[in-house]
Design a binder for this molecule. Structure first.
Ligand SMILES: Nc1ccn([C@@H]2O[C@H](COP(=O)(O)OP(=O)(O)OP(=O)(O)O)[C@@H](O)[C@H]2O)c(=O)n1
Ligand SMILES: C[C@](O)(CO)[C@H](O)COP(=O)(O)O
Length: 220
């Protein structure tokens, strides 16, 4: 199976509040995007396309290996993945879409996703259980209900797809649609999505506390 990796790295990282786009923020002196590309490559996906902010092409080209292809992303994650997908050739059987914002995802997770695709899944996402009691709140912030969390999962990346399923789903999706992840795109187009076990180390760096935790993880 020939798999191509996409790294969504074109976000600004407003919630992190750094002085540069989040994907360029260093973790142990290396930009987050470099960690994410390494995860894909160490997991067996050598051919990688990275979606970056249009005004930061040079900065990303400086920090990434020469054989990583860069494309200009869009104003939403959905638009960025759509742009990167257009650069994936028809020779690929599978596409793995990963977040630059998940720097410490272990390569084992890439392997699990690839194995599920090889076994016949058309779409697969890594998931983790919800470990806290989870509630619904009303408009005033009061607790309205407690949810049955046994059926809930937290979704991570990389998410893997048969290339034709992902391409067809994005072609079907309206140009301005914004969905939270790529599994939602293919599911909306009618493709069943399988799951594999995620990994807590693949947590997303969203707010400053997440970056502090990641720094602790790499310093151990
Ligand atoms: N227009 C966008 C928005 C997000 N992403 C990428 O999608 C991943 C997950 O997004 P998130 O962590 O929510 O990043 P930001 O949108 O940058 O964060 P924020 O919402 O805090 O601004 C990140 O690797 C981010 O770079 C992207 O490629 N293009
Ligand atoms: C794709 C994702 O990482 C899956 O958990 C996530 O949806 C990214 O964006 P979000 O805006 O932080 O939900």
């Amino acid at each position: 199976m020939h798999a191509v990796g996409i790294v969504a790295a074109a976000g600004s990282g407003l919630r992190l509040g750094a002085d540069r786009p989040k994907a360029l923020v260093p973790l142990a002196d290396r930009p987050l995007v470099c960690w994410a590309v390494d995860t894909l490559r160490d997991g067996g996906v050598a051919d990688v396309v990275v979606a970056v902010p249009g005004d930061e092409l040079c900065a990303f080209a400086t920090v990434l290996p020469l054989d990583v292809r860069l494309v200009v992303g869009g104003s939403t994650r959905t638009a960025s993945v759509r742009a990167a997908l257009a650069a994936v050739g028809t020779g690929a059987d599978a596409v793995l879409v990963h977040d630059a914002a998940r720097p410490l995802t272990p390569p084992d997770l890439v392997v699990r996703v690839l194995e599920a695709l090889s076994a016949g899944a058309r779409a697969v996402v890594p998931v983790l259980p919800v470990v806290d009691t989870t509630v619904v709140v009303d408009d005033d912030g009061g607790v309205a209900d407690t949810v049955d969390r046994s059926v809930l999962r937290r979704v991570q990346t990389p998410q893997g797809f048969a290339r034709d399923a992902l391409v067809d789903a994005y072609a079907w999706l309206p140009p301005d649609a914004e969905l939270t992840d790529d599994a939602a795109v293919v599911r909306a187009a009618g493709v069943p999505v399988a799951t594999v076990a995620g990994d807590e180390r693949g947590a997303k760096v969203t707010v400053p506390h997440d970056l502090a935790l990641a720094e602790l993880q790499v310093s151990r």
